[in-house]
Write a protein that binds this ligand. Structure first.
Ligand SMILES: NC(=O)c1ccc[n+]([C@@H]2O[C@H](COP(=O)([O-])OP(=O)(O)OC[C@H]3O[C@@H](n4cnc5c(N)ncnc54)[C@H](OP(=O)(O)O)[C@@H]3O)[C@@H](O)[C@H]2O)c1
Length: 339
């Protein structure tokens, strides 16, 4: 079979399609023939060597796939051979024609769900759900600010925030604002031409917001924190601002350097919470939780209440172009690789 490998840390061109032996299922595993694999921002950080726990190259990146079960290992009762599944791979390996995954990290697809939609669910929707519903407990009438609102997690968050009855604010490049309004975003902010903190103050009569989803990181965390009103929750879940140069650039160092250290006494006085979200660690610590979250996503999907937006698909062999596309901030929603 063929798989994409990060041959060394660096720009998108370090991704190469390579022949690898077909995987065989260990006990408790199934082998899935991949129909679609999701690309996530974490893959970009891993390619650059900026993601904690990145394996040494060469390695195959990617955390989510949808496809058909081709083989099952010993002691696997479900899913069965031939069933259509979505899987969260946890340890990477998704940019491949075939992937071996633990059976208990797969879900059999509802009949009406395409492989593309399924591959766009696990990381984006689990993260948005963990952040907004599980950790922040978003309530009707609250205001939520979503950074990178036109990205994969961002669009999932807009949909879930609307379901919760919240008022939505989102930052994105200006070219994406019309699309975001069509998706139901209440207030679009062009963070590249206007300071987002000032924009939110202007739009809220200086009141601020109740919840912020911030994966830009660095100094953005500080500004987002300042925007919280009493009872507010800042969800810290990424560091996109570390990406800019070709590798471990000065920009990455600046992002880490600018990351604030929050003061519990200040949080107490202002009734604010700072909450960390790491989906992978949550899934490792409590796999049963992810099973219930996917059941909830399937239910919402069937009811027409969530729908992944597939911005673009690329053939597996063009993984480098797909990474370049996200790196250049051109994606609207999910980008998928199709073997
Ligand atoms: N902690 C967790 O468990 C977890 C899980 C999933 C994702 N995340 C994080 O959530 C964020 C969003 O992930 P995603 O997969 O949905 O990606 P995404 O939002 O689709 O990523 C690309 C978008 O991010 C925006 N962006 C902001 N700063 C950027 C920069 N320096 N370089 C490139 N793009 C930048 C761009 O949109 P605009 O130009 O419109 O701003 C770009 O189109 C990432 O930081 C990711 O690491 C964390």
């Amino acid at each position: 079979m063929k798989a994409v490998q990060v041959t060394k840390h660096g720009p998108p061109e370090v991704l190469e399609l390579a022949p690898l032996p077909d995987p065989s299922p260990a006990p408790g595993q199934v082998v899935v023939r991949v129909a679609a694999a999701g690309i996530n921002f974490a893959d970009i950080l891993m390619r650059l060597g900026l993601y904690p726990g990145t394996p040494k190259p060469p390695f195959t990146p990617g955390f989510e796939i949808a496809g058909t079960v081709e083989a099952t290992g010993r002691s696997v009762s479900a899913p069965r051979g031939g069933e259509r599944v979505v899987a969260f791979t946890f340890r990477g390996g998704a940019y491949a024609e075939k992937v071996a995954v633990p059976a208990d990290r797969t879900w059999v697809l509802p009949a009406n769900m395409s492989f593309e939609d399924a591959a766009a669910l696990p990381v984006n929707y689990f993260t948005a759900y963990q952040a907004l519903t599980y950790m922040a407990g978003l309530r009707p009438g609250e205001r939520v600010l979503i950074h990178a609102a036109a990205g994969g997690v961002g669009l999932a968050a807009i949909q879930l925030a609307q379901l919760a009855g919240a008022e939505t604010f989102g930052t994105a490049s200006a070219s994406k604002h019309d699309f975001l309004r069509q998706q139901g975003l209440g207030h679009a902010i062009d963070y590249r031409s206007e300071d987002f903190e000032e924009a939110v103050r202007r739009l809220t009569n200086d009141q601020g917001v109740d919840v912020v989803l911030d994966a830009v990181g660095g100094s953005s965390y500080r500004k987002s924190y300042r925007l919280l009103r009493h009872g507010g929750r800042l969800i810290c879940f990424g560091m996109s601002s570390a990406v800019g140069g070709p590798g471990r650039s000065l920009r990455a160092l600046a992002a880490w350097w600018n990351t604030p250290r929050f003061n519990p006494l200040d949080m107490m006085r202002k009734n604010r919470a700072v909450i960390g979200v790491h989906l992978g660690e949550m899934g490792r610590a409590n796999p049963a939780l992810l099973r219930t979250w996917m059941e909830e996503m399937f239910r919402l999907y069937a009811a027409g209440k969530i729908k992944p937006h597939i911005g673009r698909t690329f053939p597996l062999a063009e993984a480098a172009a797909a990474h370049r596309y996200i790196h250049d901030r051109r994606n609207l929603g999910k980008v998928l690789l199709i073997p």
